[in-house]
Design a protein around this ligand. Structure first.
Ligand SMILES: [Zn+2]
Length: 225
């Protein structure tokens, strides 16, 4: 079951106060409409009833897709990230009983993400049946190869996105949250990573919920998490 509450929000444009529904737990099982609304960003959009300005509401929440056994905790600042990390690791229980119940389930993919970029990247990968661990290693390989040919740091992150022009996935090179370049992905590299790192990925991914650049670097370097 989804959980939400109403919060008073002051429109940043006309400064009139209105109520906005904030989600604590987004559950696409009990609210199937949220599946698309999360992906389009509509869920987080505040539309001011007074002046019709729209504003993106960025706040922490949990996302649950029971049909795909997927549970993601989202944070957009380090304090909330640490709070979510402690809940996912079992150090502290969530204040939400529904979240504790989901965390007790077996066979789930549980993830902690920081910021919208990472959140939408994970959703896209899982929607396409791709493994995020494998893709993080593919990104690492691409990123390192690209960095070698560059004199300065032209990008600080590599992200998997849907291509704007076609259906394929591409990597976007990011610098401070902005797209600064685009790289086509050779699907053979994805298969190559599976065949070369399969055991290490399995070993490192089962108990973790943070699968990002640092995770991939540790796996490639053969360090235990
Ligand atoms: Zn307004």
């Amino acid at each position: 079951m989804s959980e939400s509450f109403m919060e008073k929000v002051t429109c940043p444009y006309c400064h009139i106060q209105h109520e906005f529904k904030k989600w604590i737990l987004i559950d696409t099982g009990s609210d199937p409409d949220l599946y698309d609304e999360v992906r389009s960003g509509e869920t987080f959009k505040f539309v001011c009833p007074s002046c019709t300005s729209t504003y993106d509401m960025n706040y922490p929440f949990a996302y649950h897709e029971p049909e795909n056994r997927l549970f993601i905790m989202y944070a957009n600042n380090s304090e909330d990230y640490e709070k979510a990390r402690r809940i996912l690791s079992g150090e502290v229980p969530s204040e939400q009983e529904a979240i504790n119940e989901i965390l007790g389930r077996q066979g789930y993919k549980k993830r902690l993400v920081y910021g919208r970029e990472e959140f939408y990247e994970k959703l896209l990968l899982f929607d396409r049946g791709l493994d995020d661990g494998v893709m993080e290693i593919v990104k690492l390989i691409y990123g390192e190869n690209l960095a070698k040919t560059q004199k300065e740091d032209l990008f600080d992150a590599v992200r998997y996105f849907k291509d704007d022009e076609k259906e394929d996935g591409v990597f976007f090179l990011m610098k401070e949250g902005q797209r600064v370049g685009k790289v086509n992905i050779d699907e053979k590299i994805y298969d190559w990573v599976i065949s070369n790192y399969f055991d290490r990925i399995i070993e490192n991914i089962s108990d973790t919920f943070i699968v990002n650049f640092f995770w991939a670097r540790n796996v490639v370097q053969g360090r235990q998490q």
